[in-house]
Design a binder for this molecule. Structure first.
Ligand code: SF4
Length: 934
């Protein structure tokens, strides 16, 4: 394959929309192996102006474009240069789409280096051209210029082709077999590699099929209590953080932070006295090390496990990949006993080897399933975790993952032939052997809901980002049911997919019984139960449709009555409407049918157990029967609570108009009692930490929400000097959010502020429609000042947007939801934070509405405290280091006009607050950022 001549192509454009955007530069190179043979490069004059973000991205001078030819003047030269050679490019589909829009045609083979790289480099962290070039040592000095990108794509293709030839014959053969099922364009490359390898086969040893990378590594020994019951020495903990302690000796220039030391001592005391601790530690305290040090010392001394739970992947990554390895090095340097740490995720994150091999053998594979299998095949030899986040699945390949991941329903546990090398059970065993186990809140609550079957046993718990615990617990403890879920249940039992194709438990059971000679009397009883179930399954399908049609119509009636919220909360009065009567009857019918199915499944389960056989197929059948029987019971009970009402649950229907789907949901009215009795009361140590847990210096609200009534409280100020570093400005002459002119004021204020600050701005919104409206309105005026505008949900992922703000500070970034937390931009690139509106929860949200009813004064006792916590999170985005300076502008005058406004301000770190006319703000911002008097 290295002797063939290919042509690599790249275009730069005014944007990403075909039919709207235009080519501004095109380049192509011919190449053989790693040798570039010839080059073609032209600028192209577009009809529209080039957006600032494109000029920034490409560095193409608009003046040079004004002198360039139109595409029709260079198209014929380009076509001649390309000829009929095979085409190569990175995400080449886009480039060819733009060229086809100019009338060009391509009938030759096309190879996408992006696609090839996702197969051959399964563990790359990014598949952008520049990231791949850096990883493979290909120089890429001038990214986003067409010629350079085309040359790098050519080099990348050559390197990947060489890698392909390094695959063993068995792997190449299997890949070609899978590709032949779907006609993947890359297939002929792999076939050619296979032919070349086959020609040289006698020179190579025969390789075994790929197996998990560390299948044979010895297992760590589970943690054993040491019997050492001495308490932690609080002074020794303090000394750990002193400049001449382990930190100071490891990190030159290390400075002790008194709040961090205070927190570490409090955490150690919480371990010693088993009293829960709630600690609010302001930004910059260094709270993760403040709990990791005592946790690791306690765990190693006693041989006991400490579970650390976070809400975000960012913090999980930081703990597991940075802080914990740092601390392990510090322990080693200080001569302290080593400690082990593990990261444990939910089941669905891990590859199930049994399902992988089953799917590989399947005859009916979709394109996405084949692509996922190809990627997994090349990933298996290198992964030690089987963790899905290492695997570059894109778009609908991700749906294929649901047929490959670990699920309770399909796992046969110790009876599985892959149990020993199973990634999930290896991760669990690693957690059992670890002193520190990092998990997320969702897994923590899933463990609680599954009666501690998910995590290894533990007595000591640290919850970071604890302000999210109520929301995550509410989500995790909620029950959702839709029509698709019920139909899948029936399909898992029995499904006909055409004349020949039948699948599902009931169709497989007779075959499995035949394999063991019929199963005697038990086999007969199983077959009889299957026969009895057949007509019931047909009735079940009808009953499901009847029930969901009535429910959908019920929601639609509500919508027609002028309610536009897609969620309808099921209150007593809603259930008293005459139309609800028909729904209860339809549900009763469905309930009876599900009960009948559950009874027959119980018979089958009992008889399969009676067979007392241990074949793999029977084990599999037993697990599936158990799971389906449990599903039938759970659904009846829990959906019954939704239909008839239940004092402890918040129930609602959600109708998704676009997809025409209806979901029933039941969420716990309160998670406090559950968390208290099933989590905190069960643990010797419970430590909850966050930067935002108090309201005007009081923890009562959060404590009551999560059921932690009795605990030690500690509030630590940030080491940052907010009084000097930050200023809060509240304009006093603007409309309030529900008044006329408010949206226009937001738009104009952001433009004026951005011009004064030269970008460097993050604006936080509470609703995406307001964000989008603002985005559209401010683009043009800010582009006139060469300031770019980027928005969440429009211009890329959160990480990409934050990176771009850091790289191009002359920008305004607009965000909602997740941007209120976790955005971390140190330095000048973020100097102005705009909070457009106080972040009150939507009062019609079923959970908010139902929980509000628990208070005598719902607004002041529930909505205001919730909003203050979020407001504090948003505020925390501005000052991220001792050297940061910046202004927070709150464009919500209710801070001044409403009684609750002062509570918001009193909850912030000690900061200067000013009010005045909006018109004064730009001048003040400019002076403040220049370091002058404000
Ligand atoms: S033990 Fe369970 S999860 Fe692991 S490979 Fe076997 S079936 Fe899959």
């Amino acid at each position: 394959m290295n002797n063939r001549i290919y042509v690599a192509i790249d275009v730069e454009t005014t944007g990403l929309q075909s039919g709207l955007d235009e080519i501004i530069e095109v380049a192509a190179v011919t190449f053989r192996g790693r040798d570039i043979l010839d080059r073609f490069e032209r600028l192209v004059r577009p009809r529209q102006s080039v957006p600032l973000k494109i000029t920034r991205l490409t560095g193409i001078d608009p003046a040079a474009l004004a002198q360039a030819p139109r595409f029709n003047e260079i198209g014929a030269d380009l076509a001649r240069f390309i000829g009929n050679r095979p085409i190569v490019g990175h995400s080449i589909g886009f480039d060819l789409m733009m060229l086809r829009a100019q009338g060009m045609n391509f009938n030759q083979p096309i190879y996408d280096t992006f696609e090839l790289a996702t197969l051959l480099l399964p563990q790359a962290t990014s598949y952008k051209l520049s990231a791949l070039a850096a990883r493979l040592g290909i120089p890429h000095p001038d990214a986003h210029r067409a010629l350079n990108d085309a040359e790098v794509a050519a080099q990348l293709f050559a390197v990947l082709s060489e890698r392909m030839l390094q695959l063993d014959l068995a792997t190449l053969g299997e890949m070609v077999r899978l590709m032949s099922k779907i006609g993947l364009p890359l297939r002929d490359l792999f076939e050619e590699a296979l032919r070349q390898k086959a020609r040289n086969a006698f020179l190579e040893p025969i390789a075994a099929p790929p197996e998990p990378a560390d299948a044979l590594t010895p297992e760590p020994t589970p943690l054993r209590p040491t019997g050492d019951q001495r308490p932690l020495d609080l002074d020794a903990i303090g000394a750990f953080f002193s400049p001449d302690g382990p930190f100071g000796r490891t990190f030159p220039g290390y400075e002790a932070r008194p709040p961090q030391v205070e927190m570490a001592r409090a955490v150690a005391a919480a371990f010693n006295c088993s009293e829960p601790l709630m600690v609010e530690a302001g930004t910059g305290t260094g709270k993760s090390m403040a709990y990791l040090v005592p946790a690791a010392l306690y765990a190693t001394q006693r041989g006991e496990r400490v579970v650390i739970s976070t809400n975000t992947i960012n913090l999980q990554d930081q703990l597991y990949n940075k802080d914990i390895p740092d601390l392990q090095r510090i322990f080693a340097a200080a001569g302290l006993p080593p400690f082990r740490a593990a990261l444990l995720k939910g089941r669905s994150n891990y590859l199930c080897l049994k399902r992988y091999h089953e799917l590989r053998r399947s005859e009916n594979l979709t394109v996405e399933e084949v692509r996922a299998l190809l990627k997994i095949q090349l990933w298996l030899p290198s992964t030690t975790s089987g963790d899905r986040t290492e695997l570059p699945l894109i778009d609908r390949e991700q749906a294929a993952w649901n047929k490959l991941n670990v699920t309770v329903e399909t796992c046969t546990g110790s009876r599985c032939p892959h149990f020993r090398e199973c990634y999930f059970f290896r991760a669990r065993r690693a957690a059992e052997a670890s002193h520190l186990v990092v998990v997320n809140h969702a897994l923590l609550i899933a463990d609680l809901a599954a009666a501690s079957q998910v995590l290894p046993p533990y007595d000591h718990l640290i919850i970071d980002e604890a302000h999210n615990l109520e929301d995550v617990a509410t989500d995790q403890l909620s029950f959702n049911l839709d029509q698709a879920g019920l139909l899948k249940f029936l399909d898992d039992l029995f499904q006909t997919g055409g004349v020949q194709v039948v699948s599902g438990l009931l169709s497989e059971l007779p075959t499995v019984l035949n394999e063991i000679g019929g199963g005697g009397a038990a086999g007969e009883r199983i077959n009889a139960a299957i026969e009895r179930m057949r007509p019931t399954l047909i009735r079940a399908r009808t009953a499901i449709y009847d029930c969901f049609n009535l429910l959908t119509r019920f929601v639609q009636l509500d919508t027609e009555a002028g309610q536009y919220d897609p969620r309808l909360r099921l209150t007593k009065s809603v259930r008293q409407r005459p139309e609800w009567q028909a729904i209860t009857q339809a549900w009763q019918n469905l309930n009876d049918i599900l009960a009948a199915i559950g009874n027959e499944l119980a018979v089958i389960e009992e008889q399969v157990r009676e067979l007392n056989e241990t074949t793999g197929a029977l084990n599999d059948v037993l697990v599936r029967t158990e799971v389906l029987r449990r599903f039938a019971t759970d659904v009846r009970v829990r959906s019954g609570h939704i239909i008839f009402g239940d004092d402890d649950s918040i129930c609602w229907l959600t109708y998704d108009r676009q997809r025409d789907t209806l979901t029933l949901t039941a969420a716990p009215l309160s998670v406090a009692e559950i968390l208290q009795s099933q989590l905190f009361a069960q643990k010797q140590t419970s430590i909850l930490a966050s930067a935002t847990l108090s309201i005007t210096g009081d923890f009562s609200f959060v404590k009551s929400r999560i059921g932690l009534d009795e605990c030690t409280e500690l509030m630590l100020d940030s080491p940052f000097d907010y009084a000097q570093q930050a200023l809060v400005y509240i304009p006093n002459d603007i409309p309030e959010p529900n008044q006329r002119g408010y949206q226009q004021m937001i738009e104009q204020a952001i433009v004026d502020l951005a011009v004064a600050a030269e970008g460097r701005m993050l604006a936080l919104f509470t609703a995406s429609n307001a964000l989008r409206q603002t985005y559209t309105a401010i683009q043009e005026p800010l582009e006139d000042h060469r300031i770019g505008v980027m928005a969440q949900g429009i211009d890329g992922s959160r990480r990409a947007l934050v990176d771009r703000l850091k790289e191009f500070p002359r920008s305004v970034l607009l965000g909602t939801n997740s941007f209120w937390e976790g955005v971390d931009v140190v330095g000048d690139a973020l100097s102005v934070l705009v909070i457009t509106k106080l972040p009150f929860a939507v009062p019609t949200d079923p959970v908010v509405a139902a929980r509000s009813e628990q208070f005598a004064d719902p607004f002041n006792e529930y909505s205001v405290p919730q909003s203050i916590l979020r407001f504090k999170q948003g505020f925390g985005r501005l000052i991220r280091s001792r050297d940061d300076r910046g202004i927070v502008v709150v464009l919500d005058r209710r801070l001044l006009t409403k009684k609750y406004g002062q509570q918001f301000l009193d909850s912030l770190p000690h900061t200067r607050v000013r009010t005045g006319p909006l018109a004064q703000l730009p001048g003040l911002v400019a002076r403040f950022l220049r370091g002058g008097r404000s």
